[in-house]
Design a protein around this ligand. Sequence first.
Ligand code: TYM
Length: 417
Amino acid sequence: MKKGDILVSGVQPTGKLHIGNYLGALKNFVDLQNSGKYQCYFFIADLHSLTGEFNPKEKQKQILNLTADFLAAGLDPKKSVIFQQSQIPAHSELMWILNTITPMGELERMTQFKEKAGMGDYLLYFKQLSENINVERPEEEKAWEEYEKIKNFEKYYKELFSREIEPTEKDLVDLHKILNLLKNLSSTYKQLREFSRATNNLLDEYVKRSKTKFGLFDYPVLMAADIIIYNARFVPVGDDQLQHLELTRTVVRKFNSKFGKTFIEPKAIQTETPRVMSLANPEKKMSKSQPESCLFIDDSPEEIKNKIKRAVTDSGSEIKYDKKNKPAISNLLEIYSALSGDVIVKLEDEFSGKNYSVLKNDLAELVADYFSDFRKKKSALLKNPVKLRLALESGSEKASKIANKKILEVKKKVGLI
Ligand code: TYM
């Protein structure tokens, strides 16, 4: 194995890879591997994939499918260690030890967790509402009693959100009471309808949060373990994983200061396209959770054509890179540029005076061509699942040697052995 800095990254086996996964991560894995500068570890993050909904009967297929994606895209078991996370128990052991030094407050801040578990933007939204509530005292004396109640409610809201921490269970009970109060009052005070609606939404988010599984919360700690167990200095990932990497660095600092220098603080490596946007909504990132927004890398040329044809565009007709005013066209241009290797200014020049449909047709052709070799290689690989399994097993064996050595060092440091 060649020398050089260690680099680690993983992908969840949850179905097909989209072009965001490819341009933000997989394509870069291959380039970094072929640069010869790093010792590369790429893995199937199967344990992470259990935090979403899944069918156990499909899991093996998904693992092999992702292995085929890796190999067909150009990852080479002779150059990189390609392995399956769950085959290396040391990842989970290290996660447990890291759990004991990771503050819940750090995990509660994770955007991905908030998005998936509810309460995402709600706290901010409520804070804004509570700052802007301003109920005037009514003219008629008979409404004064109501006014007093509203004032109490207003005080409560302001107090709740000035704390800047998440409401407790007692707050939840109080919010219930307030909601009932508002139901009776909102016809008198129009502006309170908004509060009533928002309170209701917050309660829904609470219910969602309370049903959220702990694995989703702990997800970034397992990710930290995946990385630092190999002494990785670099982690190639898309934008959505940067916060998790920041947490990894925090956990490393905590561990090192408590038990002595043991781990390296890893850094992200990003591509020019760390955040490919959805074809259906260019304000949102392309995500497997919205398959209709995705261009999958093993889509057929017809599917590619249809999807790109249906992709939303911006107003106007000029093909110009302008993320603020033309987010949809800018996204298509970014994809075009990343696959063709042409810089965006050159593309703007080429498409100048042409309309959106020309760009869409050309892009569809480019994507279909680009992945044609990939599709062939992948379907050949899938015909031989035993070979895929063997490749994973041999990679997992190599990875476990390193991981087992590190977990021993960690156990010694914390006094377990
Ligand atoms: P996953 O499987 O969700 O995504 C795999 C990689 O694709 C990137 N990505 C994107 N890049 C650009 N634009 C997009 N729209 C887009 N969507 C996804 C992701 O950033 C990621 O790099 N938690 C990880 C898996 C993981 C991991 C790790 C990664 C587990 N342990 C340790 C690095 C190191 C994940 O869910 O990736």
